[in-house]
Design a binder for this molecule. Sequence first.
Ligand code: AMP
Length: 368
Amino acid sequence: MRIGILGGGQLARMLALAGHPLGLQCVFLESAPEACAAPVGRLVTGAFKAEAALADFAAAIDVVTTELEHVPLAALEYLAQRRPLLPGSRAIALAQDRLLEKDLFRRLQLPTAHCVAVDTLEELVCAMAETGLPAVLKTRHMGYDGKGQVVLRETADAAAAWRAVGGVPCLLEAMVPFDREVSVIAVRSREGECRFWPLTENRHRNGILSVSRALLQDPLQMLAEDYCRRLLEALDYVGVLALELFQVGDSLLANEYAPRVHNSGHWTIEGAVTSQFENHLRAVAGLPLGATDARGAAAMINFVGQVPERRELLAVAGAHLHLYGKRPAHGRKLGHATLCAVSSALLEQGVRTVLQLTQYREKESALD
Ligand code: AMP
């Protein structure tokens, strides 16, 4: 079976690597000929807006999925008319617009931060009175890794914040005094079976995910699964979905969802019985889902801008290296390590060592 993937980045690459042993070939639609997924599948080079490229892509695949949410709706509609698109275009489209996404959460009675739609500077000033301060101004479209976001601390910040986001339609959200950020990664099959990996705690650095830890038997697991299941069912979703949440005490607020495999689920490659990548492919290919249990304590550390020395990284007990084959650049995700251990104490020791190796490389390159 040939699986078409919209995008040819690291998520597409890891999907293709997981599909290989199952006899599933991946075909990527991507505008960059040097896309990092290219060495592990077939690349159709072209923009999502180019009809000829979409036609070539559709002809080369049996089913289509995505590694990105920001795909033009016209491309999704074009492909959905020719091949099964999983997840469907509604699930992808709603994730492109923070306002529609939050409306969906509210309809499904998933708690969220208090938020108000804002289309002008005047509306922003009124919205600040509603949400209170501090608050976060977020563009409705094209926000990721903290981009398209400005924190407002006092009323006088309004005009500068409005300029900083480029005066586009936004959402103003009350700042959540969260205890931690968690995500739940789920998979739903074509028949509607849902499975969930253990909750993951996520720590960010400069707005980019830095470390994820699997939370084994967390008391909030069932609540997170309940929220996520409502979303999966409302969207009649097929494949892997990640729901990002803020934990405040023993409650969870939904922040956003990603209609795809997710960075906070990379630990599942070696840390779970079946990885998010394999289960996504199983779901879209109409195959039975694999077990989502963790094999033990597990964590993931992202390599952003720099990669530690391979020999040193692999000398850390329980460490597995995943390089994406990308040219290094500031702020670019170049790879990650998965760490597996028999106890959380040993896991933390490994996380500390890998972070030290990563920071050492960062300091070295700053001196270059
Ligand atoms: P997002 O693009 O919505 O995932 O936001 C990126 C990061 O900004 C989140 O992972 C949080 O660390 C932070 N953030 C976003 N929205 C809020 C909020 N309403 N309150 C507190 N922190 C937030």
